[in-house]
Write a protein that binds this ligand. Structure first.
Ligand SMILES: Cc1ncc(C[n+]2csc(CCOP(=O)(O)OP(=O)(O)O)c2C)c(N)n1
Length: 434
């Protein structure tokens, strides 16, 4: 079955073609039957055929993977190179480097027992900055947990991020979440929750609410992994997004694994992207190791979402170079050679650096200085974060209810009384006084 390629060409700012989003498949049996009678059932409008034909995943060509850069950071087709200003490109690169240095140090910090948990983003930095740069800062983000580069790009400081991981008194989340479960109202980034895909129907609901705002100019982007895409919530979210006409970008990070489950065990068929056309969602698949491809796809998807109040699905193909989390040893289920191959051949940071060098925007000297500066910032911030006290213990009773109900007030009092007698047995000096 042949793909009907280039169904629509999007123009960014009316300037130039950006990326083709594939919205439909044309099946040969449909083509062959084009002259035959078309049935008009309430549930499907399609031609009748007189020979029974099943359609399987092998009936389709796979949805192609759009890229702008090759693995040496060279632009493949100059028409596809987005017109991004030098400062923005350099900022995108700096964010990727900062993210990767932060990952190295915070990962080590967990190994040394300084924080309880961490998740790295190696291999997916291009998805973060490519999408963040293409969005408006006011667009609302619903993320999974491996998207902190979006927050960094939006201006969340390394200090805020490190304070969250340490759960200290300056953690914007008041130490109530596991490390890496960030959130920021200021940066329009909804606080993460661990149960997979729960953010997806919520994101669609938020997009539905936005479209009801007069002259709305904000869309929602919802990030999720290939594993999360198997959850029931993901399917519900896709269908609601399509049928309720929601301005949302469904952004799948397909990094090949859901902890130890490889994608070959996660789904049959053509990945996550193939579900888009099936549900009537405009869809594109991109090389997630190429920030420019991600950028073009998100720009076009955003334009579509806001112009038509319709969802778009982007499947960004990448490889999870790091372990799933600090609780995982991925060499138990994949080879070192496989990891090294992806890290060497399709490294998003290297690729983007080579692109910037080709354009004369970057050089080895600047790179050495940036790597050191990025590293030093995290180390210094971490040392400061460690010295900060924990949030006042009484805060754990707050913020659920606007007015604290009597039964919670009773619990506060009980703990106060308990600490008045047995306080010496607790490290109360580690908590900030109220
Ligand atoms: C409902 C639910 N089931 C299981 C888990 C345990 N879990 C945490 S992360 C994860 C894998 C998710 O993989 P994917 O969505 O591909 O994202 P990735 O970690 O690869 O970025 C699993 C199974 C969970 N958090 N929530």
């Amino acid at each position: 079955m042949a793909l009907k390629a280039g169904v629509r060409v999007f123009r960014l700012n009316g300037l130039r073609p950006a990326v083709r989003l594939l919205s439909t498949h044309t099946r040969p049996e449909v083509q062959n039957a084009q002259n035959s009678k078309v049935a008009e059932f309430p549930g499907a409008r399609a031609p009748y055929i007189s020979e029974l034909k099943f359609v399987s995943e092998t009936s389709y060509d796979p949805i192609p993977i759009y890229r702008v850069l090759d693995h040496n950071g060279e632009v493949i087709d100059s028409k596809e190179e987005p017109a991004i200003e030098k400062d923005t490109l350099v900022n995108m690169y700096k964010t990727m480097v900062q993210l990767s240095q932060m990952d190295k140090i915070l990962y080590e910090s967990q190994r040394q027992g300084r924080i309880s948990f961490y998740m790295t983003n190696y291999g997916e930095e291009g998805i973060h900055v490519g999408s963040a740069a293409a969005l408006s800062p006011s667009d609302l983000v619903f993320a999974q947990y491996r998207e902190v580069g979006v927050l960094l790009y939006r201006g969340m400081t390394v200090t805020e991020i490190v304070n969250q991981c340490y759960g200290n008194c300056e953690d914007p989340g008041k130490g109530r979440q596991m490390p890496v479960h960030y959130g920021s109202k200021q940066h329009n980034f909804v606080t993460l929750s661990s149960p997979l895909a729960t953010q997806m129907p919520q994101a669609v609901g938020a997009a539905y609410a936005l479209k009801r705002v007069p002259n709305n100019d904000r869309c929602v982007i919802c990030y999720f992994g290939d594993g999360a895409a198997s959850e029931g919530d993901a399917h519900a979210a896709f269908n609601f997004a399509a049928t309720l006409d929601c301005p949302i970008i469904l952004m799948c990070r397909n990094n090949g694994y859901a902890i130890s489950t490889p994608t070959r065990e996660q789904y049959r068929g053509d990945g996550v992207a193939s579900r888009g056309p099936a549900l009537g969602i405009l869809t594109a698949r991109v090389d997630g190791t190429d920030p420019l491809a991600v950028y073009n796809a998100i720009r076009a998807a955003r334009d579509h979402a806001l112009r038509h109040n319709r969802p778009a699905l982007i499947e960004a193909m990448s490889y999870r170079v790091g372990h799933h989390s600090t609780s995982d040893d991925s060499t138990a289920y994949r080879s070192l050679e496989e990891i090294q191959k992806w890290n060497n051949d399709e490294n998003p940071i290297q690729k983007f650096k080579m692109y910037l060098e080709r354009k004369g925007y970057w050089d080895a000297g600047s790179d050495e200085a940036l790597q050191k500066e990025a590293r030093d910032l995290v180390v210094k911030t971490m040392q400061q974060a460690e010295k900060k006290q924990l949030p006042p213990w009484k805060e754990m009773f707050e913020d659920v209810y606007h007015d604290m109900p009597p039964r919670i007030q009773k619990q506060v009092k009980e703990l106060e009384d308990h600490l008045a007698v047995y306080g010496e047995h607790y490290a109360l000096d580690t908590f900030k006084p109220e």
